[in-house]
Design a protein around this ligand. Sequence first.
Ligand code: NAD
Length: 496
Amino acid sequence: MALIQHFIAGQQTAGISVRKHPVYDPAKGVAIREVLLAEPADVTSAVTSAKQAFAGWSEMSWANRQQILFRFRELLNLRKPELAAIITEEHGKVLSDALGEVTRGQEVVEFALGAPHLTKGEHSEQVSTGVDVFSLRQALGVVAIISPFNFPAMVPMWFFPLALATGNTVVLKPSEKDPSAAIWIAELLTEAGLPDGVFNVLQGDKVAVDGLLTHPDVKAVSFVGSTPIAKYVFETATAQGKRVQSLGGAKNHMLVLPDADLDLAADAAINAGFGSAGERCMAISALLAVDTIADELVAKISQRMSTLTTGDGRRACDMGPLITKEHRDKVANYIEIAKTDGASVVVDGRDVAIDGDASGFWLGPTLIDHVPTESKVYRDEIFGPVLSVVRVPSFEAGVSLINASEFGNGTAIFTNDGGAARRFQREVQVGMIGINVPIPVPVASFSFGGDKASIFGDLKAHGADGIRFFTKTKAVTQRWLDPSHGGINLGFPQND
Ligand code: NAD
């Protein structure tokens, strides 16, 4: 069986790793490859490779660094169907969705091509007599990126284009569930002319992560994954004095007001609830329907669900499988919990007809109405194609529920009332808000990140925050020889 290795110092290598993890084709339900799991000595090799490459890369001119990233963008744009095929094979999402993931990641590469402008410092002349002050931004050193299974290309691309553009070197630790995309990206960066060691991939599990979080030469950590691990990563790495941005889980609400266009809202609920089989941190999983329109909205959604096809992502299906059998079983169990808790299962995804191999990790789109807010079905991040409907009496009740949630990643409101939308955007404690937009993932020039238990750390992914995260500032106060400022003075410097 093919073995997926690390990518260190410009080449694929097994290092000293012997432990392995199976990598599945979830649409077939069979292991198709194995991936190596790093030992602490492999962590050291990857970090040393990045550290050795740092001096040359950070000293390289903006012009030359940008040329390499520009070539990477061009190659990626040309060859992204190859990457999408790898994602579909190991993750299961349908090909069109995988292609969309790569294209959203590519946006960050394009944004990073503006880094010379975005990192420009400030300059104040004559702050004191004959004295000028300016600030500049410099690279941090070796940065670690630890990514989840659900976006094996896009989430690494939220970070590494800006990390590289600003002169840092990278160790990427992808999810062990779909690790091939990272190797494909590393090879493409090399083809684009990236010097060896500037971008490394370390395959692994907790051993690899812990090694990166505690290695003294890792200066910053960008993590994306579930909330308990995000919190652990933040606490462990900050205790080691590292800069950390750690993005966690989600439970995203969509509030539909009575004046909304219900057809638009029903389409949006389908797209955001079942796209990528609900395995998106920006998926809508709780639909808050104001009582007066709830029956009509639920009917429109369930009617649309009957037209969806679930199957192998390489065929023209709408929705693929879940990532593993264990995860599929866990998600399916929420349908039983819903019944026990008194909710009504409108569409049961366990009954779905599959366009694919019977042994795949399937669960069809599921709609559950009248979900009590005490139920685990409402409270937990299910991370599957299960859309819960909670009926609310008013706008205010909807906003209260959203703000009572542990998570604050994304949310959406559907309405034609501008005043209600404006109140919503001001009052919800959520990082990313859609107004008649169900999956409000900001474009690359804005920053991506939530609120509450959906993020640990101050700076979000890409946009202006990304530039700040991957650079440190210096302020330089300079005076060129001027006889008027000679003489000894032990007092604190004052400007005059
Ligand atoms: P996960 O937390 O299980 O894994 C994420 C990364 O952490 C992986 O690289 C994994 O190898 C590593 N890891 C897992 N357990 C660990 C441990 N005990 N110690 C150290 N490292 C460990 O997440 P996942 O299942 O791969 O991804 C799905 C989760 O990611 C969901 O909760 C989803 O909401 C979240 N997510 C969030 C965002 C966001 O922007 N907020 C984006 C995508 C995914």
